[in-house]
Design a protein around this ligand. Structure first.
Ligand SMILES: O=C[C@H](O)COP(=O)(O)O
Length: 214
């Protein structure tokens, strides 16, 4: 299972969480990675953890003030990027452009979507993976894999119907090992989570509990 920890803009210490993700990754067969804010990418990548960006824009080098250029994100140490997170929604054409920009910079891609129909559309753009996240469950601690299993299964089927090479993650409310196991049983190859680790008093303990049953 792929466990991708998004730090959003939570007021956590990004390096401390990155070190926890790096260390717990050494103890498990699961693949763990962390997605800090753009301003923290370099410091996080220096810990040796697998580092992801939270977003890249559909742009090339040039006059694009305030945008995230895929090449710069890669130079800062990211090996992958989220695209179209529920908190950073893009138009379809811009999702396509961001996937292409990420590919140009050799960044792995996870395109997020609200529901199975959007997952099918996202999969058609050729990302490495898609992540289904019902917005109403994000940050609630109510896990999508248990509260809304149909949305995960339907997303897995929607992606498979478009491109069987695109793997499916699920996210929203995932915070325990049981939630991750449930996601796997529904066909997800990974989970995207944030508050369960970024807001934990002890991120290492939270991560250990997440991967314990895997
Ligand atoms: O990127 C992560 C997702 O939005 C899930 O967030 P959450 O684990 O706090 O529900």
């Amino acid at each position: 299972m792929f466990v991708l920890v998004n730090l959003k803009t939570y007021p956590c210490d990004p390096v401390a969480v990155a070190e926890a993700v790096r260390d717990v990754n050494e103890t498990t067969d699961a693949r763990l990675a962390v997605a800090p804010q753009a301003a923290h990418l370099e410091r996080v990548a220096e810990t040796g953890v697998e580092t992801w960006a939270q977003h890249v824009d559909p742009i090339d080098y040039g006059s694009n003030t305030g945008h995230a250029l895929a090449e710069s994100v890669a130079e800062a140490g990211a090996v992958g990027t989220l695209i179209n997170h529920s908190e950073q929604r893009l138009k379809l054409a811009d999702i396509d452009g961001s996937v292409q920009a990420a590919r140009r910079a050799d960044l792995e891609t996870v395109v997020c979507a609200n529901n199975p129909a959007q997952i099918g559309a996202a999969a058609a753009l050729g990302p490495d993976a898609v992540a289904v996240e019902p917005p109403e469950l994000i940050g609630t601690g109510t896990p999508v894999s248990q509260a809304d299993p149909d949305v995960v299964e339907d997303a897995v089927n929607a992606a498979a119907g478009v491109d069987s090479e695109v793997s499916v993650l699920c996210g929203a409310g995932i915070s325990t090992g049981d939630d991750v196991v449930a996601a796997g049983e529904l066909g997800a190859e990974g989970v995207l989570l944030a508050s369960g680790v970024a807001k934990a008093d002890d991120p290492t303990a939270a991560l250990e509990a997440l991967v314990d049953p895997l």
